[in-house]
Design a protein around this ligand. Structure first.
Ligand code: P1T
Length: 380
């Protein structure tokens, strides 16, 4: 089945009870048993729920995996992956990543003696010097949030496999429409489904997909034992969102390109970070591992002045100033004071998250209106 068909039908069939085409919202915590253990496959909704099940099948289908797992947030999904580890284990992670992921790693899991190395991965070979006998996981965001760095998944996977290390890829920015990490050698693909998969800024959810039964079973155990699952109503919304992922992404990519090209020639803009530019350091890798360049981009205003960046985002009218990304509506953010405020200033500035950086999640409105809005916001 091709991707554009999988988004609509992947892992789904009409409901067995009455043939309903959309999966019913099984809004129940528990299921009747005729005798202890005598049930129809479902006992308790933390463990299993038919609506969540349908969504988990859809996740697996669109990411070319065999097993999908849905969580109550993207961070809950990441939390489950790190719980595969034990004290003394080490993780090598991209140094440019969502601030909440950095906070989870450093403020929660370092307490449990898991060690994290945050490094630039623009050259996959740079990872090798951080590997030792305790290294158990490589955590990659690509494109990264918010600098839009591109990491070569195939090359990192070759290093990981050689040393028997798990590779997890946060595919939130790209979505499976643009990039399928399991096909490129990753062991785990993760999503903040809050973003493009949901697509309408109306839910908070996380996803994991794997293609190895043992790994799947370990993660299902953690999902049930730790219990950070999503509810049936949100599962339904995510299933509905995924059905239009391919058409939304096509427009996100077109609008992303139009906005990136507009900003690149604007006199009040210093630098635009977008993997579609030939000048992007890993443009060629982006071309190889992605089908297009997406709707996320960041840029700096001239002069690196905090006030200038803040004034710019405050003046926007079609773009909404808000955390998050990946919805049909365009959003703008100021990473240094919003999504990446939990990363110490010194650390974030090393990766380029400076005071004048603005991040855009380019939505699917008419690109004319988006460019008009940026024109007025950048005019002074
Ligand atoms: O918000 P949540 O669903 O828990 O997902 C966390 C997360 C994980 N990975 C990436 C790449 C993310 O961007 C996020 C969440 N990001 C934002 C809220 C943001 O505005 O960047």
């Amino acid at each position: 089945m091709k991707f554009n068909t999988k988004t609509i039908h992947g892992g789904q069939s009409p409901d067995k009870a009455y043939g309903s085409v959309m999966p019913p919202i099984y809004q129940t915590s528990t299921y009747a048993q005729s005798t202890p253990g005598g049930h129809k496959g479902y006992e308790y909704s933390r463990t299993h729920n038919p609506t969540r099940h349908a969504l988990e099948h859809a996740f697996a289908s669109i990411e070319n995996g065999t097993h999908g797992l849905a969580f109550g947030s993207g961070l809950a999904a990441i939390d489950a992956v790190i719980k595969l580890l034990k004290p003394g284990d080490e993780v090598i992670s991209t140094n440019d990543l969502y601030g909440g992921t950095y906070r989870l790693f450093t403020s929660i899991f370092e307490k449990f003696q898991i060690k994290f190395h945050f490094i630039g991965m623009n050259k996959a070979s740079d990872i090798k010097s951080y590997i030792n006998a305790n290294t158990k996981l490589i955590w990659v965001e690509t494109p990264t949030n918010p600098m839009l760095n591109i990491i070569d998944i195939k090359a990192v996977s070759a290093v990981a496999k050689k040393h028997n290390i798990l590779l997890a890829v946060d595919n939130t920015f790209a979505t499976p429409y643009l990039q399928q990490p399991l096909d490129l050698g990753a062991d785990i693909v993760m999503h903040s489904a809050t973003k493009y998969l949901g697509g309408h800024s109306d839910l908070v959810m996380g996803a994991l997909v794997v293609k190895d039964i043992d790994l799947a079973n370990k993660l299902y155990f953690i999902q049930n034992a730790s219990g950070a699952v999503c509810g049936p109503q949100d599962s339904f919304l995510a299933l509905r969102g995924i059905k239009t992922l391919h058409v939304r992404m096509q427009r996100h990519c077109e609008n992303g390109r139009a906005v990136a090209e507009f900003l690149a020639q604007h006199p009040n803009v210093e630098t635009v970070y977008w993997p579609g530019f030939e000048t992007h350091p890993n443009h060629n890798i982006a071309k190889q591992q992605m089908n297009d360049f997406g709707g996320m981009l960041s840029f700096t205003t001239k002069g690196n002045r905090y006030e200038a960046a803040i004034k710019t985002v405050e003046r926007l009218k079609v773009f909404t100033l808000a955390e998050s990304l990946g919805g049909v509506e365009s959003l703008a953010g100021h990473p240094a004071s919003m999504t990446h405020a939990s990363i110490p200033k010194e650390e974030r500035e090393k990766t380029g998250v400076i005071d004048s950086l603005i991040r855009l999640s380019v939505g699917i409105e008419d690109s004319y209106d988006l460019i008009q809005d940026l024109t007025q916001a950048l005019s002074t």
